[in-house]
Design a protein around this ligand. Structure first.
Ligand code: CTP
Ligand code: ZN
Length: 151
C-alpha cells in the first residue's frame, strides 16, 4: 500500500499502476485522451514507489480498456498493473502481458507495405527486442522503435 494516496480512490474505472516514470503521458496518448472526453482521467507523474523507485499512475473513471489498448500499453509499460475498480473495490487485478505478435493495432511506417495498400491485409508485427523496444513488420520486415511507434 502506498503511504500517501496521490490521487483519490475511484468508484468505477481502471487504474494503470507501475508505469515507468515519464511514460504516463504516452499511456494517455495510447488511450486517445483529448479535451472532449466524457470521462475523468488523472495522471500522477514521478510517484515514489518501493518497487520501482519512481512510477507514473493513471486512473480513468468509468472506462475499461480493450485488448488492443492493453497490448499497446504493454509495449511501453511491460510491468504495468491494471486494476479494474467496481464500486470502490478491486474487482480484477492483472499485469499487462507483452503479446508475441501485434495484429491490427499499428500502422507500418513503410508506405509501400502491403498493409498500407488497398489489399485487405491487417498489419502484423513481431517483437524483436523489449529493451529498447523494437518491433518488425512480418510483411515488409521494416523495423520500428519506440519513437516510430508513438509519434
Ligand atoms: N485504487 C483506486 N480506487 C479504488 C481502489 C484502488 O484508485 N477504489 C488504486 C490504488 O490507489 C492503487 C491500485 O488501485 O493504485 C491498486 O490498488 P491496491 O491493490 O489496493 O494497491 P497496492 O496494494 O498499493 O497495489 P500494489 O501492491 O500493486 O502496488
Ligand atoms: Zn510493413
Amino acid at each position: 500500500m502506498e503511504k500517501t494516496l496521490r490521487i483519490s480512490k475511484i468508484r468505477d474505472g481502471t487504474v494503470i499502476d507501475h508505469v515507468p516514470s515519464g511514460k504516463g503521458i504516452r499511456v494517455i496518448g495510447i488511450l486517445g485522451v483529448h479535451e472532449d472526453v466524457n470521462y475523468t482521467v488523472s495522471l500522477a507523474i514521478h510517484v515514489p514507489s518501493s518497487k520501482m523507485g519512481f512510477k507514473d499512475v493513471i486512473k480513468i473513471e468509468n472506462r475499461f480498456l480493450d485488448r488492443n489498448e492493453l497490448d499497446m500499453i504493454s509495449l511501453i509499460a511491460p510491468n504495468a498493473t491494471i486494476s479494474i475498480i467496481k464500486n470502490y473495490e478491486i474487482s480484477e487485478k492483472f499485469q499487462v502481458e507483452l503479446p508475441s505478435r501485434l495484429i491490427g493495432v499499428l500502422k507500418c511506417r513503410n508506405q509501400n507495405c502491403i498493409t498500407n495498400t488497398h489489399e485487405p491485409v491487417e498489419s502484423e508485427f513481431e517483437i524483436v527486442s523489449k529493451h529498447p523496444l523494437v518491433i518488425r513488420c512480418v510483411y515488409c520486415e521494416r523495423t520500428m522503435g519506440e519513437k516510430d511507434i508513438f509519434s
